[in-house]
Design a protein around this ligand. Sequence first.
Ligand code: ADE
Ligand code: ZN
Length: 371
Amino acid sequence: MAGARRAAATGGSPVPDLPDLPESTHFTDAADLTGFVAGLPKVELHVHHVGSASPRIVAELAARHPDSAVPADVAALAEFFTFRDFAHFLEIYLSVVDLVRDAEDVRLLTYEIAREMAGQNIRYAELTVTPFSSTRRGIPDIAFMEAIEDARKAAAAELGVSLRWCFDIPGEAGLEAAEETTRMACGLRPEGLVSFGLGGPEIGVPKPQFKPYFDRAVAEGLHSVPHAGETTGPGSVWDALTYLRAERIGHGTSAPQDPRLLEYLAERRIALEVCPTSNVATRAVPDLAAHPVREMVRAGVPVTIGSDDPPMFGTDLNTEYAIAARLLDLDAAGIAALARNGVEASFLEAPAKAALNGEIDAYLAAHLSAR
Ligand code: ADE
Ligand code: ZN
C-alpha cells in the first residue's frame, strides 16, 4: 500500500504495490492492468464527500483554519492519515469535517472531487454527503444545498461527471442527526438526491432506532443505502435489511460469515459496496489477502467496488479495481463485468444504464481486438 499512498499524496496516478496479493495471471505486468482499469468507464457508488478531500484541498483548508489539529502540509498528512483502528479513523475524519466551514468550502470541495473523478474515467457517482455535519457547524441548510447543486451542475457541464447524492445520518450523532437529516432530505430535497444512508460507527449504534427515519425517506421515493457489517457481524446487515429496507449495503464485509445472508443477498440482487483498502486501513480486515470479496462473488452476490474515503486511505477507485482484479483473478472481461455491476446497482434510469454499459462493452471490445 505504500506505493499507492505515496502516489495519492503527490497527486499522481497510483500503481498498486501490493506485496500481500498475487500478481494477475491475465495481465503480463501491473502497468497493463493499471492502464486497462484507468481507461475503463466506471461508476462510483461508495465514496464520502469530505472523505474525498485530496491532500492539497485538506492542506488548503487547514491553512485557512489554523486552529484545527489537521496538518497544513501535504507530507505530514500521510502520517496523519494512518489509523490505529476504526475509532481512530473516525476521530481523524471528523477533524477534517471540521475544516469545511462555509458554503464556498462546500462548493470547492464538491467540484474538486468531480475533477478527480473525471481524471479516473468515473462517469457517474453517488456521493455520500452528511449535511448534518455542516449545518451543525453553522452553514445554513439552504446555502449547503445550493453549494452542492451548483457544483453538481458545473461538474456535469464542464467535466462530464454526473453526480448524485446519498444523504447519510452520522450514526455517532444520534437521533437529533437522524431527525435533521430526514428533514433536509425530504423537506429540501435537492435535485441530485437519490438515496438515504447511515454512516459512522456501528458498534453501540443499533440500527432499529433509525427505522422511522428510513421509513419516511423511502416513502418520499429515496433509496435506502446504509453502511452495515463493516465493523459488526452479519446481524447488523440483517438489521439494515429488516429495519432500514436496504437496497444496497455499504461494505457488508462480515456478510460471508452467514451463508444464509449471502443467499438472501444473491437472490434479491442486493449489491455490496466493497472497499478493500478502506477495510484494511480501518482494520475491519487484517490485510488485503484476507478480504472476503471472493466468498461474496462465489455466492453470487452482486459486488460493486468503491473507494470510501480515498485520499485518507491513500487510494482511488482505479486502485481499488486493480486490487479487486487481483483478489478475484479477473481478466479484462471480468473487470468490465465488475464495472457493469456498478452500473446495474446504481440508481440511474434505464436508458442511462444502457448507454454506460454500451461504453464499457465498446471499451472491452477495443481492448480485446488490439491484442
Ligand atoms: N464515514 C466516512 N467513512 C466511513 C466509513 N468507512 N464507515 C462509516 N462511516 C464513514
Ligand atoms: Zn463509507
